[in-house]
Write a protein that binds this ligand. Structure first.
Ligand SMILES: CCCCCC/C=C/CC(=O)SCCNC(=O)CCNC(=O)[C@H](O)C(C)(C)COP(=O)(O)OP(=O)(O)OC[C@H]1O[C@@H](n2cnc3c(N)ncnc32)[C@H](O)[C@@H]1OP(=O)(O)O
Length: 727
């Protein structure tokens, strides 16, 4: 039953019932219309309470209906208008969540009572649309332009206590919101209702609305780089101040339709569901997320308090998991402790600002700092986060193997080392797993969970569940050098480097990719990560430094094209932000503002002259094609090798760990949107002209999918079914 009704004296309680989140699907809306019509004409009913079953008001419109064949036939705003115009008072009893259409429904009620642990908001912008059931018109009428704009444009979740302070809800209660709403309904029977009908009120403001919104628009254009939904939200809020309510609603609808035509909502909604689907991991053996139980992690330890370790400790503590943090000497322990404490103070500050919804039983977990390995022996799970050196990691795992209780899980935070080799030195390879965090680990949402050959399904389930507890989006991947994200980055950065050889400057390549929507172009990203990281790895592989065989041409390795520019910068001590100079110059070592460096321009000019490289006419569009298609081609190889279970997994990794613009869905979604045939043609053309760049040779899977007509991305798995699976 999509909605049910009970009677409490003269108050009808209508309950939305559509598990798991009471989405306002077409059947729910139809049921609401029917129940409303009945209570309106029922003389025994004097007031109405609207609530949701199972402690959740509603997570809004059913997003799956937006792109399904069965498009909505019932308008949510029509239901809202119907509720608002009712002559019997309607009170919303808000519990759990009231998001999107859920909050819009509550705003059409005459009164709102919320449980203290509720979160509410209008997060439509995060799925590429705008609140299109009157939210952009009613919320500014209730709380004013600046506060409404902040909630609508950022799509943030507002805790009940803040909602009360802002005036979104009339009462916050620590116990049943339904009981409190019934009480309130009884009290307001017979009271005047006009001022409670938000659509009839004017927006109150004492600011220059146009100037305020113009500034917000400019800021949003810079901040959201090409995403259209935030801009549409601002325009809709502008309409609330400038137009009568009904014309504001028309504007809202018109903006919704224009957004839909951009294709961005479809990409963002694909990203939304992909994030949920990656949690539903499946192994070829049939074990999966819903038939393997994770073990409970009551205590954890982190080894190494460098940048990664500090973030991981903070992240665990933030999730209320007591942590033991270990370093090798007093100096490093002290500096790690200081850094962790300062990160935790900031987190505590944030929790305080978020108010009561986080306060109860959800503080920070304790952190114990130690130099003594023995202190770790009873924890349930340990995460090793020392720097990327196989021998060092193996030494630590040998030690852990002998110290830790037999059922403790051993995780390694590596960005690409072989999990099997690390597991091979332990007495429990089935409990060893890779947990690749992204920096800063207390903030970045992505966690690559890397399955080794012997990793057990229970270990996978536990690591995936830990990821969820930490508020991360965990993606299960197979074990191969660099795993998924970093592996795909290789060919992308290679093309970016070649573009410099061919006449571009770092800032031009970065600009093209930032205009595409990346949070950071490749050169700014390399400067941030530290150029020495890649340099050390190339030296280990004999591609740079003294290990290069004598007589090897500077721009060739093993017969293939090679770009030594990054190595040359490192030889000059230009490691990026940390040294104050890299592809850019910074105000000081550790400075964060990248400025184009005339020295780099000069250096590149001399380099091109030395190697007699003719500047080619590379059209700016080709910057995008070369970098992005190189990355995408490697993504197809990842799928071919069975390292990721589907294109969604790759897209979730890129959206959450590499600054890919969500409004473009992810690299594999982008490829399907551009057309696989088009991607293949460009790669083929490039590879024909540059046979010494093997990464641009079109992958087998891309060719196969293009040959069957480039099916929609949701059908790729059918083709993947016949490929090996290393999960
Ligand atoms: C021209 C006019 C057109 C009119 C259109 C009217 C406009 C209405 C605007 C809207 O209301 S759009 C929807 C706005 N709401 C949201 O964006 C909320 C999205 N959901 C969430 O943020 C979270 O799911 C949650 C509610 C905070 C719960 O988080 P939790 O971590 O507890 O669970 P999840 O794993 O995320 O979700 C559980 C389950 O529910 C599915 N789901 C969640 N929300 C929706 C939804 N709004 N519609 C459909 N399905 C939803 C989610 O996909 C999970 O299911 P799955 O099977 O595991 O994937």
């Amino acid at each position: 039953m999509a909605a049910t009704r009970t009677l409490s004296h003269t108050v009808a309680v209508i309950k939305i019932n559509n598990p798991p989140v009471n989405a306002l699907s077409t059947p729910v809306c139809q049921a609401l219309i029917k129940e409303l019509a009945e209570v309106k004409k029922d003389p025994s009913v004097e007031a109405i309470v609207l609530c949701g079953a199972n402690g959740k008001f509603s997570a809004g419109a059913d997003i799956r209906e937006f792109s399904s064949a069965a498009r909505r036939t019932v308008s949510l705003e029509d239901i809202n208008a119907e509720i608002e115009s009712t002559t019997k008072p309607v009170v919303a009893a808000i519990e759990g969540v009231a998001l999107g259409g859920g909050l819009e429904l509550a705003l059409s009620c005459h009164y709102r009572v919320a449980h203290i642990k509720t979160v509410m908001g209008l997060p439509e912008v995060l799925i590429g649309i705008l609140p299109a059931a009157g939210g952009t018109q009613r919320l500014p009428r209730l709380i004013g332009i600046p506060a409404a704009l902040d909630i609508i444009v950022r799509g943030r979740h507002v805790p009940a206590t803040e909602a009360f302070q802002l005036g979104i809800v009339d009462e916050v209660v620590p116990s049943s919101a339904i009981a409190a709403a019934v009480q309130m309904a009884r009290k307001v029977i017979g009271k005047p209702m006009d001022s409670r009908r938000l659509s009839t009120n004017a927006v109150q403001y004492n600011i220059n609305v146009d100037a305020f919104l113009d500034t917000a628009l400019e800021k949003a254009k810079r901040q959201f780089r090409g995403a259209q939904a935030p801009l549409a939200c601002i325009e809709a809020v502008r309409a609330s101040a400038q137009l009568p309510y009904q014309r504001g609603i028309e504007k809202e609808r018109q903006l919704f339709a224009s957004l839909w035509a951009t294709g961005q909502p479809q990409a963002q909604q694909y990203a939304f569901f992909s994030e949920r689907n990656v949690g539903k991991w499946t192994l070829p053996s049939g074990e999966r997320w819903d038939n393997v139980r994770p073990c409970q992690i009551r205590t954890a330890a982190v080894i190494g308090l460098g940048t990664m370790g500090r973030g991981i400790v903070t992240s665990l503590s933030k999730s209320n998991i007591p942590v033991i943090a270990l370093e090798q000497d007093t100096k490093q322990l002290d500096s790690g402790k200081k850094a962790v404490n300062s990160l935790l103070e900031r987190e505590a500050e944030k929790l305080k600002k978020q108010g009561n919804s986080f306060a109860e039983g959800n503080g920070l977990g304790s952190v114990h700092f130690t130099l003594n390995f023995e202190d770790l022996k009873n924890v349930d799970l340990v995460i090793e986060a020392v720097y990327e050196n196989m021998n060092l990691k193996k030494d630590i795992f040998r030690k852990l193997s002998s110290i830790m209780k037999p059922d403790a899980f051993l995780c390694t935070n590596t960005s690409g080392l072989n999990i099997d080799e690390i597991a091979s030195v332990t007495n429990r390879p089935q409990l060893v797993i890779g947990t690749h965090f992204f920096s800063p680990a207390n903030i970045m949402r992505l966690l690559e969970v890397v399955r080794g050959r012997h990793t057990s399904p229970t270990t996978i389930a536990t690591a995936m569940s830990l990821g969820k507890m930490l508020g991360k989006v965990a993606v299960l991947v197979g074990n191969c050098p660099l795993f998924v994200g970093n592996r795909m980055l290789g060919p992308y950065l290679e093309q970016a480097n070649y573009l410099l050889e061919e006449g571009y400057y770092p800032e031009e390549v970065d600009q093209a990719l930032e205009e595409f929507g990346f949070a950071m172009g490749p050169f700014r990203m390399m400067d941030l990560a530290g150029l020495d990281v890649g340099w050390r790895s190339r030296m280990e592989k004999g591609l740079a430094g003294s290990g290069v065989p004598p007589g090897t041409p500077a721009r060739q390795r093993e017969g293939n094209r090679y770009c030594p520019l990054a190595d040359m910068l490192c030889e000059l001590g230009r490691f990026g932000q940390k040294s104050g100079k890299g592809w850019y110059q910074y105000e000081k070592p550790g400075g964060r503002h990248a400025h184009p460096d005339p020295w780099v321009r000069d250096f590149l000019a001399k380099y091109r002259k030395t190697y007699n490289i003719k500047q080619q006419a590379v059209h700016p569009e080709q910057i995008l094609q070369r970098c992005l298609y190189a990355l995408i081609n490697e993504g197809f190889r990842v799928l071919e090798d069975g390292i990721a279970s589907g294109p969604e997994d790759i897209d979730v990794i890129y959206n959450n760990g590499y600054g890919w613009p969500k409004h473009r869905g992810g690299p594999m979604y982008y490829a399907s949107a551009v057309g696989l045939h088009e991607v293949l043609m460009v790669l083929e053309g490039y590879h024909k002209a540059n046979p010494d760049v093997p990464s641009m040779k079109p992958s087998f899977l891309l060719k196969k999918l293009a040959a069957v007509g480039g099916p929609p991305i949701k059908e790729w798995r059918t083709q993947l079914g016949k490929l090996p699976n290393k999960l």
